[in-house]
Structure formats: C-alpha cells, structure tokens
Design a protein around this ligand. Structure first.
Ligand SMILES: Cc1cc2nc3c(=O)[nH]c(=O)nc-3n(C[C@H](O)[C@H](O)[C@H](O)COP(=O)(O)OP(=O)(O)OC[C@H]3O[C@@H](n4cnc5c(N)ncnc54)[C@H](O)[C@@H]3O)c2cc1C
Length: 310
C-alpha cells in the first residue's frame, strides 16, 4: 500500500494537512504518516489527534537549511515508503516543496487551494492566468509533492495515534545559527487569520492607520492591505499584502476599506466566508463580490464601528 507523508513546522498547519491526508486516504486507502522535525510537542499533539507520527530528532538539522531539510525528508519518504508528500504552502513550505521534489524525483504543485482524489489521481485546484481563472492540475508521476494553502482544510482531531523515532543521516549544514531572535513586531501571517481588516488607497494618510488597527484589535483580527499601500506608499509591510503578489487569505470575515477590487487583489480574498466592502464609490468593482456593501467614507465608518464595538 502506498503512503501519504505530511509535514509542516507549524502546529496548526500540520493539523490541516492531517485533514487533507485523511480526505485523500478515504478514497485511496493510503496509510498516513506525519513527520515532525526536532519538535516533541508537535509529535505529541499530532499523535493526540490520531496520527501515526514519525520523528526526526537531530540537533545538527537546521530548519533554515532547506537543502539539509529536503535531504532528511527524502530519507523519511524512503523509509516510510510514501509516494505522496503534503506540505503547507506557506513561505518555507513552498521552498521546501521544490527542493524535496527534486531530491525524490517527484512532480510538484504549490499554492493548492483545494484537492481531491479522483480516478486514481490527485486533482489540485489553483489560481491560473493571474487569478482570472482556476485551473485543475494533477501530477502524472507516481511520486508527488503537493503544498496546500493554509486554511484549505480544517484542523484534524481524533485519538489513538503513535510516535516512532526515525533515524536519518544529517549532512553537516553549511549554515551556522549564531542567534535566534523573536520575530519582528510587524511580522504576521495574514493567510492564517480568521478576521482581516484590509485597507486600500482610499485611506487618506498613514496616520489614519491607527483607527484601522484599533478596529482590527477590537475584532481580534489582523490588518492587511492592497499592494500599493505597501509597495508604493510603504505604510504597511509587504507581508500584509493580499492578492496575486501577496497572500491568499481565507478568513471568516474580511472588512475591505477603500479597496477598488482589481482582480490581482480579489484573487487573494475571494475565498473569505463573509466580505464587507466599504467604498465611497457605489460602482466600485469590489461591491460585486461583497456580501455586505457600505457606500460611505471609510474615515467616518471606522470610528463609528469602533464606538459600536466599545
Ligand atoms: C502583476 C500585478 C500584480 C499585482 N498584484 C497585486 C496584489 O497582489 N495585490 C493588490 O492589492 N494589488 C496588486 N496589483 C495592483 C492592482 O492591479 C491594483 O492596482 C490595486 O489592487 C489597487 O489597490 P486599491 O484598491 O487599494 O487602490 P485603487 O484601485 O486606487 O482603489 C481605491 C478605492 O478606494 C475608494 N475610496 C477612495 N476614497 C475613499 C474613502 N474616503 N472611503 C472609502 N472608499 C474610498 C475608491 O472609490 C477606490 O475604489 C497587481 C498589479 C499587477 C500588474
């Protein structure tokens, strides 16, 4: 029987991959094996969710060394007799996907928004033509590496898993870790957020960002933006950009303030469960995809929302 191996360094994404693997195994009957690297607490968490977990514990393995990680994962693939590897399509997951695929001679698809097992193959849906279309693609080779976008599947639960240690030979890394620092305060993963308050060029000034941040805080959400707000105006970091050149987000709620709705932006937010658009132009394109439309000046709407939430 073939096997599906899952791996993500992040706990929440590893649980989502477990759900994805279970969805595939329901039709293929493949065995699912979860891999962890130098992460005992994640191994326990996945095992508690019912996964058969295989651990690599090696202080010589530096996660930033993608080559060494790919080499170790390739050995795990071999030992587990896995032919499908599911990774998370976050920044490091995508980098790892290409290197691992090369190491094991697999086909590779990243940025997968949905997948299903059909007619003996894994059909993956992802954006095409700059987000104007959704393509269904599959890998023809037996070995496959597929990186799935965060929040495509819900976190798995279950019980009765196991933990087994794997032995791999780790190549001496050419990277030496000198210091580990906390992430920058502005560092965010908007693609994992449940609530997003996004601003566009309709915002008058950088100072007005304070009220947008206050609204996001009151809602327990993250501030995000359209591309020009980050790249042209430099009011927010590029990590917060939604869209083709930014992140694909699937929040439960997206409040879009002063954003016109060009396809390069909407491709990153169209899978939100509920979209609220605030735009002074009643004909703004964004209104066509919004569940709720407020034709108003965002500088009046945001303070009102804040006082209503107080
Ligand atoms: C190859 C390529 C890749 C790109 N990738 C991305 C990407 O990943 N993400 C992205 O966002 N863009 C991307 N773009 C740019 C994209 O095409 C748009 O230019 C951009 O999304 C527009 O940003 P915006 O909606 O904030 O600004 P605008 O299009 O200028 O819209 C501003 C909106 O604010 C409204 N407004 C003005 N004042 C107010 C007010 N007081 N209150 C309420 N509403 C108001 C206006 O009616 C207007 O609808 C890309 C472009 C290219 C060519």
């Amino acid at each position: 029987m073939a096997g599906i191996m899952i791996y993500s360094a992040k706990d929440n994404l590893a649980l989502e991959l477990l759900s994805a693997a279970r969805a595939l195994a329901a039709t293929s009957g493949d065995e699912i094996k979860a891999l962890t690297v130098n992460n005992d607490s994640q191994a326990q968490m996945l095992s508690a969710a019912g996964a058969d977990v295989y651990t690599i514990n090696s202080s010589g393995l530096v996660p930033a060394d993608i080559g060494a990680m790919a080499d170790s994962l390739a050995q795990a693939v071999q030992q587990m007799a896995a032919n499908v590897v599911l990774l998370s399509s976050d920044r490091s997951g995508k980098e790892l996907a290409g290197s691992l695929a090369q190491a094991i001679g697999a086909g590779c698809i990243t940025d997968v928004l949905d997948l299903q097992g059909k007619d003996g193959r894994i059909e993956c849906r992802r954006n095409a033509l700059g987000g104007a279309a959704i393509a269904t693609q599959y890998i023809e080779s037996d070995r496959q590496v597929i990186a799935i976008a965060p929040k495509t599947f819900s976190a798995a639960s279950g019980q009765g898993g196991s933990v087994t240690e794997l032995q791999v030979s780790v190549k001496p890394s050419s990277i030496k870790v000198l210091e580990v620092k906390e992430k920058d305060k502005d560092s965010v993963n908007i693609d994992e957020a449940d609530i997003i308050v996004a601003v566009g060029q309709g915002l008058n000034s950088k100072e007005d960002l304070a009220m947008v941040e206050e609204l996001a805080n009151k809602l327990g959400g993250q501030v995000a933006c359209s591309k020009p707000v980050a790249t042209d105006k430099k009011w927010l970091s590029e990590e917060r950009v939604i869209g083709l050149s930014g992140k694909q987000c699937k929040p439960d709620l997206a409040i879009l303030l002063g954003i016109s709705g060009q396809v390069q932006f909407t491709v990153g937010i169209r899978d939100a469960k509920t979209i609220v658009a605030v735009n002074s132009d009643e004909n703004a394109v964004i209104n066509q995809m919004a569940d709720y439309v407020l034709t108003a000046d965002l500088h009046e709407v945001v303070p009102e929302l804040i006082s209503l939430l107080a």
